[in-house]
Design a protein around this ligand. Structure first.
Ligand SMILES: *Cc1c(COP(=O)(O)O)cnc(C)c1O
Length: 227
């Protein structure tokens, strides 16, 4: 077995254990393998090991790696997990199957227009800034209900869930619980939360999507690409 296969097996087992401990079906949790900064060959190792769902945080990087892999593995599902500029919305709609980082009115309007134009409707998550950090993207908790309503009713976007990236120096469980509560209150079935350091906690608190990079691919070094 390759190292990639071993790492994937371990992460999947952690997810299954956490799900079972919480009385959840392990199949209700989707592992999004975050491949940013790692090249197409590393992605291919995980594809060979059976992984099909991947996350990238930059449109351009995804465009440089994934078209060939998507042609080869037609069931590959690609998620955008990083900030999206409105001038990249068209490319994002063309490239991604899921957009997890809808975080402002203007982006919602632009995505709606580009989806209409392309006849392609990637599922969307709304990113919530649960820690209310000034430097971080996302809708503030107090504005979530109104923004969900606007995305659904005014823009007719296919909103399926909420996503968050908790502050690095805080207990993530509090943020995960808050996000799950906001999703439930808005009738949203999907919750994207949990990264390499805390995905079992996120699963116990209801994550339907965990975004795991380092635990699957190893360290990204110092070349940026961080959240
Ligand atoms: C990079 C990134 C991840 C994965 O982080 P790891 O700690 O390497 O698992 C998850 N979510 C987002 C939004 C990211 O940018």
């Amino acid at each position: 077995m390759s190292e990639a296969t071993d790492r994937l097996a371990k992460v999947r087992k952690d997810i299954a254990d956490a799900a079972i401990a919480a009385g959840r079906d392990p199949a209700s949790v989707t592992l999004v393998a975050v491949s940013k900064t790692h090249d197409a060959e590393r992605v291919r190792e995980l594809l060979v090991a059976g992984q099909r769902v991947f996350g990238e945080n930059r449109v351009q990087e995804a465009e440089s790696k994934f078209p060939a892999l998507k042609a080869e593995y037609t069931d590959l599902e690609l998620h955008l997990i990083g900030p999206l500029q409105t001038n990249k919305a068209r490319d994002a709609v063309a490239m991604f199957d899921v957009i997890q980082s809808v975080d402002r009115e203007r982006l919602a309007a632009t995505l709606a227009k580009e989806m209409e134009r392309a006849g392609r409707r990637p599922d969307c998550f709304i990113q919530v800034n649960t820690g209310e950090e000034a430097q971080k993207a996302g809708i503030l908790p107090k504005d979530v209900d109104a923004f969900v309503a606007s995305c659904r009713d005014a823009h007719k976007l296919p909103i399926v869930g909420l996503m968050c990236i908790p502050p690095v120096d805080e207990e993530p469980a509090l943020h995960f619980a808050l996000l799950a509560k906001m999703a439930a209150r808005n009738g949203l079935a999907k919750v994207s939360m949990g990264m390499s350091a805390d995905y079992p906690t996120a699963v116990r608190l209801g994550a339907t999507h965990v975004r795991v990079g380092t635990a699957l691919f190893g360290s990204r070094g110092t070349q940026g690409g961080g959240p």
